[in-house]
Design a binder for this molecule. Structure first.
Ligand SMILES: CC(C)(COP(=O)(O)OP(=O)(O)OC[C@H]1O[C@@H](n2cnc3c(N)ncnc32)[C@H](O)[C@@H]1OP(=O)(O)O)[C@@H](O)C(=O)NCCC(=O)NCCS
Length: 322
């Protein structure tokens, strides 16, 4: 039996920070509304940096943390809905920035669940015996897709990247990863591509922005989060009490609190950092795990579930033993 383990993590947020008060220059809003509805106080956003720049910085830190040679990496997968190009992908850009070997690299689009998707793929590819050491990344610049005139959405998102090196191991670290999706026929969360009406005219219309039916997404999130945790518990024949922590996608503190209440799991054991970063989509989970590890919130020997949900609609969860 081949096991996999997390051997290094890293994360990066751009320097520019925007507080709730700063948002008043774009939309009619206030700190009290944003904080009480979401738990967000501030978020970071790019100015000139692109998604690849954030991915590169987080990856360098994860590789240093893993204490490996870059030549050991034989697989790179990046989760992003904000790639810098149609092609090449962020994963190939990362390959050249990091001087990696000529290995397989690709991007995955599964919105805020993206990091669980890439963890699932890399975990299974290593467990198949075909690969040894994967660099997996969640990197997003959602503020570039945000409509800064729409107070329903522009207060929620931030930019970041998180990276992880996972490797073949004698320790059963990544014990299970599950993912699912369900076509979003009602356009609860959507950002359309550049709309080219007639390719022969070369007439490119403006880039679309994020559109969201907030209360419907809230209902989906509060239903799928506990369900994914329960599915992982049942599949692995363990009880909620066996978990030291849950590290959930940081979309909204109220979603996390409602899930904890429904699961009857203590909020003290639900990791929170949304206040500082907002919803950073596919970067949210690796950013949270990296911060939880670096601040010693998560320690060697801890068993935790990480869980995410997002556009698509998509979701995913992993059971991890440190
Ligand atoms: C977006 C969200 C915070 C809105 O909270 P809510 O309690 O549902 O608020 P509502 O949408 O009902 O809006 C209530 C009022 O606040 C107003 N409002 C919306 N955004 C506002 C803002 N930024 N500042 C001030 N008021 C705002 C609305 O216009 C509405 O006013 P009205 O009653 O006069 O029409 C919440 O629905 C949510 O978190 N949904 C999930 C979003 C998410 O996680 N998406 C990503 C998933 S990966």
């Amino acid at each position: 039996m081949i096991y996999t383990n997390i051997i290094g993590t890293g994360s990066y947020v751009p320097e520019k920070m925007m507080t709730n008060d700063d948002l008043k220059q774009f939309v009619e809003t206030n700190d009290e509304w944003i904080y009480s509805r979401t738990g967000i106080r501030e978020r970071h956003m790019v100015t000139t940096e692109e998604t690849i720049d954030l991915a590169e910085k987080a990856s360098i830190l994860a590789i240093e943390d893993a204490k490996i040679d870059v030549a050991d990496i034989d697989l790179v997968i990046v989760a992003t809905v904000t790639p810098d190009n149609h092609f090449p992908g962020v994963a190939q850009l990362l390959q050249s920035r990091l001087n990696l070997r000529e290995v397989m690299t690709f991007d995955v689009n599964a919105a805020c669940s993206g990091f669980l998707y890439v963890m699932n793929i890399a975990d299974k590819m290593i467990k198949s015996g075909a690969y040894n050491t994967a660099l997996i990344v969640g990197a997003e610049t959602l503020t570039r897709l945000t409509d800064w005139r729409d107070r329903n959405t522009c207060v929620l998102f931030g930019d970041a990247a998180g990276a992880m090196v996972i490797s073949k191991s004698e320790h059963n670290g990544i014990q299970d990863v599950i993912c699912g999706s369900k076509g979003d026929v009602d356009d609860l969360l959507i950002c359309k591509n550049v709309d080219i009406k007639d390719p022969l005219l070369n007439a490119v219309s403006q880039q679309d922005h994020i559109h969201m039916k907030g209360s419907e997404v809230f209902k989906f999130a509060t239903r799928i989060l506990p369900r994914t945790v329960k599915d992982l518990l049942v599949r692995n024949n363990i009880e909620l009490e066996d978990l030291d922590y849950i590290v959930a996608h940081q979309a909204n503190e109220r979603i996390i609190k409602k899930a904890a209440k429904d699961l009857k799991f203590s909020m003290d054991k639900m990791f929170l950092n949304i206040g500082k970063y907002g919803n950073t989509s596919a970067a949210s989970v690796p950013l949270a795990i990296d911060e939880a590890l670096k601040t010693k919130y998560l320690k060697k020997g801890d068993k935790f579930i990480t869980v995410a949900f997002g556009g698509g609609l998509t979701w995913g969860g992993a059971l991890i033993q440190l």
